[in-house]
Design a protein around this ligand. Structure first.
Ligand code: SAH
Ligand code: TMP
Ligand code: ZN
Length: 408
């Protein structure tokens, strides 16, 4: 029986989404049965009875998920571009003000955040193991080491570049099963007054919205203020600030500093109190979440079958990694959703993992418009509904499924 990756405590499983492929293992139609496409693992989530960290029970090897051709490109969303530009400007104004400051980003992807830092002429390093996207980052003007961050790499960066005033990771820290090595590396690399800032999906939002498609191979940990505070303390770090973010369906941005180095913001105490009042990691809450997942899946499949029976044409919008969980859990294939429109060139022409729905470019969406569009990239709802206003004007309807199934 697996134990907690942070403290070795007993895991209490509360939801099992069955045998699933990797969320980003988009299938090549020429080679639909290659190793990556045929791979399955049991996607189940548990909470640690000792430290409350919510985590996958089984995981996929890190280098199997993150490889040369990893297809995710951060800059596909204008909202996310603006989000990371604002954060880069805040780092520049607040945290990178000393003499010759230095910032390190884990999972720098295509340079969505660091390119603003690079333009400002501030010393930086992106750590991005996936070769193709690391190259895109370089083309966008950032300095990148195409390696996995861990304690050895941290020691090497410290020797070459000196201590970091800011270490940042967006949608990356929760993706790494060896957080102990990462945190030892960060403790070593961080300047005495430095901060480690990370943002990842917030477990509180997942429970509130029953957004179970946030659960897939890359999302190994689901943080709460409480579990992060406990984890930080084990590595000589302290949770000094938290912010709830609206992006990606609800995220938690945490700021860690060396223990005692910075005052703890009242926001930390407030969120801890809120989580306790909500009973966020109480067994009754977790079991209600598991019930909500089943109900949501059932009502979506019922709706799609009804639409098929009525001869309606339904397509998907956004071939997200999240949708791999939804589609496989519900058994939704090309018979119910004829294709998925996605703006990422690396995904177009491929098939969805496990369910083999073809992915086509956004031009296919309007050619002609379908009767219904299933909004799989629901975390980008505002941006997409704005961009595709003509679809509704032409009589098309969106199918939403977070926080519940509705047609609008
Ligand atoms: N920060 C971007 C990208 C998130 S995708 C954003 O928020 O949009 C997660 C990224 O983390 C991938 O590009 C992946 O290659 C990278 N990654 C995975 N493991 C890593 C590790 N051990 N060290 C550094 N980056 C890692
Ligand atoms: P994400 O939820 O992991 O960020 O993935 C979003 C996916 O949706 C990504 O493959 C790009 C795609 N997308 C579009 O096709 N059109 C859009 O307007 C946006 C914002 C995203
Ligand atoms: Zn634990």
């Amino acid at each position: 029986m697996p134990v907690c990756r942070i403290c070795g405590g007993t895991l209490s499983e509360f939801v099992d989404l069955g045998a699933q492929p990797m969320g980003n293992a988009f299938v090549s139609p020429q080679d639909p049965d290659d190793d990556a496409a045929s791979f399955r693992f049991r996607l189940a989530v548990a909470m640690c009875e000792a430290c409350t960290m919510v985590q996958l029970v089984d995981d996929v090897q890190h280098d199997q998920m993150f490889h040369q051709g990893y297809p995710y490109r951060s800059s596909g969303s204008s909202v996310m571009r603006a989000h990371f530009e604002a954060l880069a400007r805040r780092f520049l104004a607040q945290d990178l003000t000393g003499t010759d400051p230095f910032i390190v980003e884990l999972g720098s992807n295509d340079g969505i955040m660091l390119h603003t830092i690079a333009k400002a002429g501030v010393r930086h390093l992106g750590v991005e193991p996936c070769g193709d996207v690391a190259e895109v980052g370089r083309a966008n003007g950032i300095r990148v080491r195409s390696e996995f961050f861990d304690e050895n790499l941290a020691a090497d960066v410290l020797a070459q570049d000196g201590p970091a005033d800011v270490i940042f990771a967006a949608n990356t820290f929760s993706h790494i099963d060896f957080l102990d090595s990462i945190l030892r590396g960060i403790k070593n690399l961080l300047a005495p007054d430095g901060v480690f800032v990370f943002e990842d999906p917030y477990f509180g939002d997942i429970v509130e919205r029953a957004s179970f498609d946030q659960i897939y191979d890359e999302h190994i940990f689901f943080f709460t203020a409480r579990s992060v505070q406990d984890m930080a303390a084990r590595f000589g770090l302290e949770l000094v600030d938290v912010e709830l973010l609206p992006v990606h369906g609800g995220e938690l941005r945490c700021t860690l500093a060396h223990t005692g180095a910075r005052p703890v913001s009242p926001a930390v105490t407030e969120l801890l109190a809120e989580e306790a009042a909500q009973g966020l990691t109480e067994p009754a809450t977790l079991s209600r979440f598991a019930d909500a997942v089943r109900e949501l899946g059932d009502s979506l499949v019922t709706l799609l079958r009804e639409l098929r029976a009525q001869g309606k044409r339904v397509v998907g919008y956004g071939a997200t990694a999240k949708s791999t969980t939804l589609l496989n859990y519900c058994g939704i294939g090309p018979d119910l959703v004829s294709f998925i429109s996605d703006s990422t060139p690396e995904k177009q022409g491929r098939l969805t993992p496990g369910t083999h729905i073809p992915i086509r470019g956004p031009e296919a969406f309007a050619d002609p418009y379908p009767d219904y569009a299933l909004l799989l990239a629901w975390n980008h709802q505002e941006e997409i509904l704005r961009k595709e206003a003509a679809f509704r004007e032409a009589g098309g309807k969106w199918i939403h499924y977070v926080p519940d199934v509705r047609v609008e």
